[in-house]
Design a protein around this ligand. Structure first.
Ligand SMILES: [Zn+2]
Length: 218
């Protein structure tokens, strides 16, 4: 279970509860409980694969990933199963090597744009592995990891671009330590080891959508 103290307490130390932040979204209005780092109105599949960020460390980086399980197939149960530690040793051959892995991401955007959340955004999900961003290693400590269901070479969907933009706009509005300047692909923080989200991810197109969402919440 995600602890009730996920994320920070009131940032100014006062008694006021953080106000939920809302972003209009064509598929579903995304809403965040800043105290728990949990989204309202999205599918929650809470992962046991997380722990607390180091003391005093806030999310400062957003990492975009791509994943599909089995590789190249969309819509099945295996991403949920991987992030919840439910890949059995007798899984299909292409998945067997994932059995026993303890990994997660904060959220997944499916091909239809639907969001699943696995870990509260204030907590440390285990998505980046060995990694470095601008000279700072162990990116899990200070980042939020969002997976897109896809492959490096399959065009991501319009719904995914839009949903990811809405979610990132909401994160930027919720966590003042995040910045639209500090958003990277997994391949950027683990070059040579990771290639996702791959050349299929159209950064300029997605950046334009993000800017539109940011204007909407300003
Ligand atoms: Zn990745």
């Amino acid at each position: 279970m995600i602890g009730s103290e996920g994320g920070t307490r009131s940032r100014r130390g006062g008694p006021a509860r953080p106000r939920p932040t809302r972003v209009t979204h064509p598929i579903q209005p995304l809403q965040m409980d800043a105290a728990t780092g949990l989204l309202a109105g999205v599918r929650q599949v809470l992962s046991p694969h997380w722990d607390a960020r180091p003391p005093g460390v806030q999310p400062e980086l957003i990492v975009i990933h791509g994943i599909s399980l089995p590789p190249g197939q969309f819509g099945g149960p295996w991403i949920d199963r991987l992030f919840t530690g439910n890949v059995p040793a007798d899984a299909p051959a292409s998945l067997r090597e994932l059995a026993g892995l303890r990994v997660s991401a904060h959220a997944l955007v499916r091909r239809d744009g639907a969001v699943t959340q696995y870990v509260g955004f204030g907590q440390r999900a285990w998505h980046a592995g060995r990694s470095q961003y601008r000279g700072r290693s162990a990116c899990n400590d200070f980042s939020i990891g969002i997976e897109l269901e896809g492959t490096d070479t399959t065009a991501y969907t319009e719904a995914q671009y839009d949903s990811l933009a809405a979610l990132v706009a909401l994160l930027l509005a919720t966590y003042p330590t995040l910045s639209s300047e500090h958003i990277a692909g997994h391949s950027d923080i683990a070059p040579g080891r990771k290639s996702d989200p791959g050349p299929a991810f159209d950064w300029p197109r997605w950046r334009a959508l993000l800017n539109r969402h940011l204007e909407g919440v300003r």
